[in-house]
Write a protein that binds this ligand. Structure first.
Ligand code: ZN
Length: 250
C-alpha cells in the first residue's frame, strides 16, 4: 500500500495511491486512515511530504561504505541528531541554498515512518511500530558541520528534510538498492544491507531515549558518494520498492 499526502484546491488530504488514482482518506496517521468513496487523479494533485513529523531523528555514519569514505571508525552505538519539523519539504519542492553556507550536500537515505506511539519497544517488536518507508534527502550544509561541534546548524535549515514521494507500507527494509542521482548522473549507489544499525535496532534504541510519535521519521543514514549540489541542480533519491524523490536547488 502506498500512502500519500497531497494538496488539491488549497486543501490537504491523505490518500491511498492506486495506479493513476488516489483514494482519499479520512483521519490522520495518529488516528488511522480510513478510505472514502472520493477519488482524485494523481496527475491533478500536488504531492506533499507523506507525513508531518514532530521530529526527524537522523542517524549519522550508519553505512559501512560511508564511514570508510570519511576515514572514520565504525560507530559502536548509533550517532543521533535531530532535524526540526520546520525543515520539511516534499517531492518537487525547492531546496533553498542558505546564504550562510558555501557547500550544500545531498544525502540519500531510507526513511522509516513511525505508525504507532513507541516508547521502550523491544527490538523483536520494533517493526510493528513502523508504518512504512519513504525516500529521504538529509540535506547538509557540509562546511558548517565541523565548525559547530555538533550538527544542528548544518542539518536544520528550512527545506533540508526532503521526504517522499509516498510511504510504502509493504516492504522489507533489510536489502534495498538506494541511489542518489544528480542531474542524471549517479552519485551514490548502495544497499540498505550495508547499514550498521538496522531499522529494528534503531526504532528500539531510539524509543528508549525519546517517545516516537505517529508520523515521526527515522532517517537511517547515507551511503558513500556524498557530494555538493549547486543552484539549478536536480537531485533524485531512488530506493528500490519505494520510488523516486526529486527536488531542485535554488
Ligand atoms: Zn544523513
Amino acid at each position: 500500500m502506498k500512502i500519500v499526502r497531497y494538496e488539491k484546491n488549497g486543501r490537504e488530504f491523505y490518500g491511498f495511491l492506486e495506479g493513476p488514482s488516489i483514494v482519499r482518506a479520512e483521519g490522520d496517521l495518529a488516528q488511522g486512515l480510513a478510505r472514502t468513496a472520493h477519488k482524485d487523479a494523481l496527475a491533478e494533485v500536488r504531492l506533499l511530504a507523506p507525513c508531518v513529523p514532530t521530529k526527524g531523528v537522523c542517524i549519522g555514519l550508519n553505512y559501512r561504505d560511508h564511514a570508510m569514505e570519511l576515514g572514520l571508525a565504525l560507530p559502536t552505538a548509533p550517532v543521533v541528531f535531530l532535524k526540526p519539523s520546520t525543515s520539511l519539504i516534499g517531492p518537487g519542492d525547492w531546496i533553498d541554498y542558505p546564504e550562510l553556507s558555501h557547500r550544500v550536500d545531498y544525502e540519500a537515505e531510507l526513511v522509516a515512518v513511525i505508525g504507532r506511539k513507541a516508547k521502550n519497544v523491544p527490538t523483536e517488536q520494533a517493526l510493528e511500530y513502523v508504518l512504512g518507508y519513504t525516500c529521504g534527502n538529509d540535506v547538509t550544509a557540509r562546511d558548517l558541520q565541523p565548525k559547530d561541534g555538533q550538527w544542528t546548524v548544518a542539518k536544520s535549515f528550512d527545506t533540508f528534510m526532503a521526504l517522499g514521494p509516498w510511504i510504502e507500507t509493504e516492504l522489507d527494509p533489510s536489502d534495498l538498492k538506494i541511489r542518489a542521482i544528480l542531474n542524471g548522473t549517479q552519485k551514490q549507489s548502495s544497499t540498505t544491507a550495508n547499514l550498521i544499525f538496522d531499522v529494528p535496532h534503531l526504532v528500539s534504541w531510539l524509543s528508549r531515549i525519546m517517545t516516537l510519535l505517529p508520523g515521526d521519521v527515522i532517517m537511517t543514514g547515507t551511503p558513500s558518494g556524498i557530494g555538493p549540489m549547486q543552484k539549478g541542480d536536480e537531485i533524485a533519491i531512488e530506493i528500490e520498492g519505494i520510488g523516486t524523490l526529486s527536488n531542485k536547488v535554488r
